[in-house]
Design a protein. Structure first.
Length: 731
């Protein structure tokens, strides 16, 4: 054996020598696909023409939990993917879900996407994308599995924290810069989950029934913006079904809308285990199949990946002519395009990982996203220089929130917990004590720890309660929904008792979802702190101490009761195990509250500041427009308080009369302006026909119907400060 190997090696050397001589005499031209000066589409065709059928099939499905094959013979690298969307996930074993236990993969955790959306600041989304893109690049990933833009339909969805809220306009404006930021690094975003994945219960199979108008007005716009304005290089199909076809191979969503109508030239990647059939996967728009677990493959059979729908079964159908090779080539072109955009891009930067700069970016986003929901008698901010007894209560003050939650789990270099952040800011002058007060652990005697907290609260100068949800099952966590709108672990009782014991109570909610607040009238100060990443504690304390003036606003409504949510009111969630019908149609979130005159607990767009803002009158540059024109609205905003602060000025459009039922108002513009005390700035918005349009099912098109419209400008969806009317003229 040894001798044979030796002889083969010698033969190889002599062959190499001969090739070397010939090459020196007649240098061969560089293959087109390797020539970076040639147009990418030409390089794709050249690479495609060099690939065997087997090589083409190999790149259409996973080769490990998070990678798909390259073409080693041609020097085309494997495609490595990572979750997403809040940081670069720790490495996993090749073929198992368990961690690979690397020691160099502890990342920066950025705030959850709900927090990013709450900044209402596209520049923050760009900074987020840039930083997480640098981390993904450093870790040599070609695809980041995120961001998620599924619309917030019900407050029970366990994955709402990974998305950007209830409004399609806000989500569209925030997703685009995130994509730009990431892709600047030669890393693709994989915007997910396309589409209609709005609940975790039955997510693997539930068929969503929704009318075309609602699909286009509510559930598709953020994806469309991601494709057409963001230019995302990848999209992830959703687990659920639509029109009775799985979304990962759905003719209507993937071929007709995404690829044809929107002109998407990137790669459709299945959600992990979202592929169910070879023919449908071949024909209905899927390009790369990931995470399939049929026939027990999740249990690591050898060569499990060969058994994927787009692996050997696909190859067999191609070989016996049942599937045309053109179908395969179409996928391969897209996958090669992804490689040229990422791993084969010689100008790709190198990235950086878990740097101080990234921690700072995470912190800035958190500081802009944290929301002051209520602040009676200006209880906040608390003076960090004042000697005082601060009692901190609540498990979430000491709970890591970057781990858990499902696929968005992270292994972080550091996470500043709320307790630590408060100590950092107040520790020099205040006497700080902690009592757990409630526990998620079932074996704990809740009554006893509650009593201890209440007793100590009576002795404190101020009580900061840090509670909310967490990343465990049936909380804010993938694969299950919440079971109740109320806070878990008897927190409602605890908060009510704390409020009775000490009037100076600040409630800090760590969650990615709205929660019931039966105690709202008794608590003077409430802060929505989200899951805010590596710098969570410092960001929170900077708001509590007033070092940072809060400027976040809600990206979704907080209903008073669960029944005030449209899907719940109409018994349209979670469906009958087979179908879920979106009976509320376009009336999601504030659109429902407005149309039914339901007073929310905290409305969409709400958020307070430590300063105050005065709005002048809105004026228009003209009162009439035609479809191709636009109108400019101007409104002066003044900081009438004594601190520098940022206001998010919101523009809603109200259609006076329409042939179809329309929401009372819809968000069509927003600006975040920073103002010094006494400073005034004029904010302008451009209103075009798209802002006035609805999607007409019959015409299958967006229609701007002539008539009178009103532009409403305000500090939230329920705090409209000025309005101005104008006409859309018929052509
Ligand atoms: C999730 C995706 C995630 C994938 C890979 C799936 O269960 O739905 O969002 O990217 O797993 O972890």
């Amino acid at each position: 054996m040894r001798q044979t190997l030796f002889a083969t090696a010698l033969l190889g050397l002599s062959l190499l020598g001969r090739i070397g001589t010939t090459d020196a005499a007649q240098p061969t031209a560089k293959p087109v696909y390797l020539d970076k000066n040639r147009p990418v589409e030409e390089r794709i065709e050249d690479a495609l023409s060099r690939m065997t059928l087997e090589e083409k099939v190999a790149i259409c499905h996973a080769q490990s939990k998070f990678s798909s094959a390259g073409v080693p013979r041609l020097g085309i690298p494997e495609i490595w993917m990572t979750d997403g969307p809040h940081g670069v996930r720790m490495e996993k074993m090749w073929d198992e879900w368990s961690d690979a236990k690397w020691t160099n993969d502890s990342c920066t955790a950025f705030p959850a996407l709900t927090c990013l959306a709450a900044t209402w600041n596209p520049a923050m989304a760009d900074a987020y994308g840039q930083a997480i893109g640098e981390e993904a690049r450093y870790r040599n990933k070609a695809v980041l599995l995120g961001p998620g833009v599924n619309i917030y339909r019900i407050p029970l969805n366990g994955r709402n924290f990974e998305y950007m809220g209830e409004d399609p306009y806000l989500a569209s404006k925030m997703v685009v810069p995130y994509i730009h930021g990431v892709q600047r690094n030669g890393v693709a975003t994989c915007v997910k989950h396309f589409a209609l994945n709005n609940q975790e219960i039955d997510r693997e199979y539930v068929n969503v029934i929704v009318d075309d108008r609602t699909l286009h007005e509510i559930y598709l716009p953020a994806f469309k913006a991601a494709v057409q304005e963001g230019g995302t290089w990848a999209i992830m199909g959703a687990y659920n079904r639509y029109k009775d076809q799985f979304c990962c191979h759905n003719q209507y969503l993937l071929n007709d809308i995404l690829k044809q109508e929107w002109g998407f030239d990137g790669v459709v990647i299945s959600d992990w285990g979202g592929t169910h059939d070879t023919h449908q996967a071949a024909y209905n728009g899927l390009d790369i199949e990931m995470g399939t677990w049929t026939d027990g493959l999740a249990w690591n059979w050898s060569n499990a990946y060969d058994k994927y729908f787009l692996a050997k079964p696909f190859l067999a159908e191609l070989q016996n002519g049942k599937i045309d090779e053109k179908v395969l080539d179409e996928k391969v072109r897209r996958i090669l395009r992804l490689s040229f955009r990422t791993t084969l891009n010689p100008d790709r930067p190198y990235g950086s990982f878990a740097t101080e700069e990234h921690a700072l970016t995470a912190r800035r986003i958190a500081q802009e996203g944290i929301i002051l929901l209520k602040n009676e008698d200006n209880l906040l901010p608390l003076d960090p220089k004042q000697p005082q007894k601060i009692l901190i209560v609540g498990e979430n003050a000491k709970q890591m929130m970057t781990c858990g939650g499902g696929s968005s789990e992270l292994k972080v270099k550091h996470e500043v917990l709320p307790m630590e952040g408060i100590e950092n800011y107040f520790g020099d002058h205040a006497q700080i004590t902690y009592v757990e007060g409630y526990s998620s652990h079932p074996a704990i005697n809740r009554h006893a720890i509650r009593q201890q907290a209440v007793d100590e609260a009576a002795q404190a100068d101020v009580v900061i309660f840090v509670g909310g949800l967490n990343k465990k099952d049936n909380q804010d966590c993938e694969a299950s929904d919440r079971r109740s709108y109320n806070l878990p672990y008897e927190q409602d009782q605890l908060i009510a008792e704390l409020a009775r014991a000490n009037r100076r109570l600040v409630v800090v909610l760590v969650s990615g979802n709205a929660v019931a607040m039966p105690w709202v009238a008794d608590v003077p100060a409430i802060v929505q702190a989200w899951y805010s990443g590596s710098e969570a504690g410092n960001a929170l304390a900077s708001i509590l101490s007033g070092e940072v003036n809060p400027s976040g606003k809600l990206p979704f409504s907080f209903p008073v009761r669960l029944e005030d949510n449209a899907a719940i009111a109409l018994d349209a969630y979670p469906g009958d195990r087979k179908n879920v019908e979106y009976k509320e149609g376009i009336f999601v979130g504030y659109r429902w509250h407005d149309s039914r005159q339901i007073e929310p607990l905290f409305c969409f767009g709400h958020g307070l500041s430590y300063t105050s803002f005065e709005y002048g009158s809105a004026s228009l540059d003209r009162q009439e427009m035609k479809t191709g024109d636009s109108i400019t609205l101007s409104i002066p905003i003044r900081n009438s308080g004594s601190r520098t602060g940022a206001e998010i000025v919101q523009l809603y459009i109200h259609d006076k009369k329409a042939s179809l039922p329309r929401p009372v108002k819809e968000l069509k513009g927003f600006r975040k302006v920073v103002l010094e005390p006494g400073e005034e700035q004029t904010v302008t918005f451009t209103i075009d026909a798209q802002a006035l349009s609805y999607y007409d099912d019959d015409k299958q098109a967006w229609v701007a119907e002539p008539g009178t419209f009103e532009a409403w400008v305000g500090a939230s969806s329920r705090d409209i400060r000025s309005q101005a009317a104008f006409e859309l003229l018929s052509e």
